[in-house]
Design a binder for this molecule. Sequence first.
Ligand code: G6P
Ligand code: MG
Length: 220
Amino acid sequence: VIKGFAFDMDGVLADTARFHTIAWRKIADEVGTTWTKELEEGLKGIDRMGSLALIISAGRHDDEYDQSAREALAEKKNTNYRELISTLTPADILPGMQQFLDELKAANYQLSVASASKNAPFIIERLGLADYFEAVVDPASVAAGKPDPAIFAAAAKVLNLEPEQVIGLEDSAAGIQSINGAGEISVGIGNANVLAEADVNFDKTADVTLNAIKVALDSK
Ligand code: G6P
Ligand code: MG
């Protein structure tokens, strides 16, 4: 029996994926890596240093950046990103998600956030969503980032639930792998080809309701 939901944040609750893209593109330009749609998609769900490593590798610049140079670039990206998200308001909640959260609360489900972002508490607060969640998992507290199952496993644990009792929602391929690896039911939101491993998939956040999830799972 499902008792809880674990939410990714960027691209699921918050319309922030576009800000990550703006800030990472500047870094890609600086290191000389060509920006592609594939690179952009592959960064979703990946933590800050991991994303930077992918950008550097995509342009074959690995040898040019040591650890301290990487830390400086990551810091620069985050400073720019923090500026972009400083103006977030509840209007930046993705379509339908507040209604979905209301629906889940009314039905007494337990909710947690499983975001790779160290900025998650700030963003959840800016969006006015803090009261919906029993817990926000600290990504620094898990041994490995998505696609490793650790963060979604932790998102069930903080709710005192078994993985089988939890549904995870994600817009990234790495995140779907993390949910599946943790033994939870995975709901993908976005391109069904990219999220092919999800148990069920929706094109966009506005399509996600409790009933739509039930119907999709029943027809599997
Ligand atoms: C999320 C986003 C990624 C981002 C990561 C780390 O998973 O999908 O694009 O790189 O969080 O975010 P942070 O705010 O800690 O740099
Ligand atoms: Mg995401």
